[in-house]
Design a protein around this ligand. Structure first.
Ligand SMILES: [Fe+2]
Length: 262
């Protein structure tokens, strides 16, 4: 499996705090069947505690340890870019990282970002030739935004990345409900861990994978946990999937249960 969102690099943001923690996270990732990780430290204009040179040097350091310890994980570098009108220029100037040097970029919005600012930023990022992937929309958008904002963005060529913990419920019921709606409507393009530690927010995917496989089928699970991530790494095109209309899940799942179709 491919994890395109991870705070596994130690000492650069609010993720791993030490080399020991990074090593524990790597061991969990291996046990969970993760083969490639894109490290995505927060990039918040005006609030970063590191320079690009610091980041590259920390990345090299962890890559060397992975090689020395024979850990079967390929580590790549990226950033989780906090929404800011300056981002498109920062990307062009190489001040922040795309995902694994591809044209894909991971963008995080605040729940308070206005719809017109979201649309402007996505448009301007695309105009510079990058493909935006919105980080964990189930955590930053309201239920009504699924139709009024997220569906429109997907139709415009944006991709959505969901956290594995949102599927398993670690962020609470409200987030879990949006996560399941997005899955049912095939509006999720990646499930990633957004792991910060080896404890609660650790790089676990197996439980979420099983849930998605049972609910949405093996093909979709494989696409969003593995295939689309590979396409990011290879910088190739991810095929467009039309979002499904809102459905009455309660009724459908009740019927499936009655007719033993699960
Ligand atoms: Fe994150």
């Amino acid at each position: 499996m491919i994890d395109i969102h991870s705070h596994i690099l130690f000492g650069v943001d609010d993720g791993s705090a030490s080399l020991e923690q990074t090593m524990s996270m790597l061991r969990i990732a291996v046990d969970e069947g993760i083969e490639s990780i894109i490290a995505t430290p927060h990039y918040i204009i005006g609030a970063n505690k590191y320079t690009k040179a610091d980041l590259l040097s920390r990345y090299e350091e962890v890559c060397n340890i992975i090689e020395k310890e024979n850990i079967p994980i390929k580590l790549m570098l990226g950033n989780e870019l906090f929404a800011d009108a300056m981002l498109p220029d920062m990307l062009v100037n190489g001040e922040c990282c795309t995902l694994g040097n591809s044209k894909y970029v991971l963008v995080e919005f605040s729940p308070r970002t206005a719809k017109y600012s979201i649309n402007n930023l996505i448009y301007n990022i695309s105009l510079k030739g990058y493909t935006p992937i919105i980080a964990h929309p189930e955590r930053t958008f309201a239920p009504d935004d699924v139709d009024t904002i997220l569906k429109e963005l997907v139709k415009k060529g944006c991709y959505l990345q969901m956290n594995s913990g949102s599927v398993t419920g670690i962020y609470g019921e409200k987030v879990n409900k949006i996560a399941i709606e997005l899955l049912d409507r095939h509006m999720v393009h990646f499930v990633a861990t957004d792991s910060h530690t080896h404890r609660r927010r650790s790089p676990r995917v197996k439980k979420a994978y099983e849930f998605v496989e049972n609910r949405c089928g093996a093909r979709y699970a494989e696409q969003i946990f593995n295939d689309n991530g590979l396409k990011v790494i290879n910088d190739s095109l991810i095929e467009y999937v039309e979002p499904k209309d809102k459905i009455n899940n309660g009724l459908i799942h009740k019927l499936k249960y009655i007719f033993n179709m699960n």
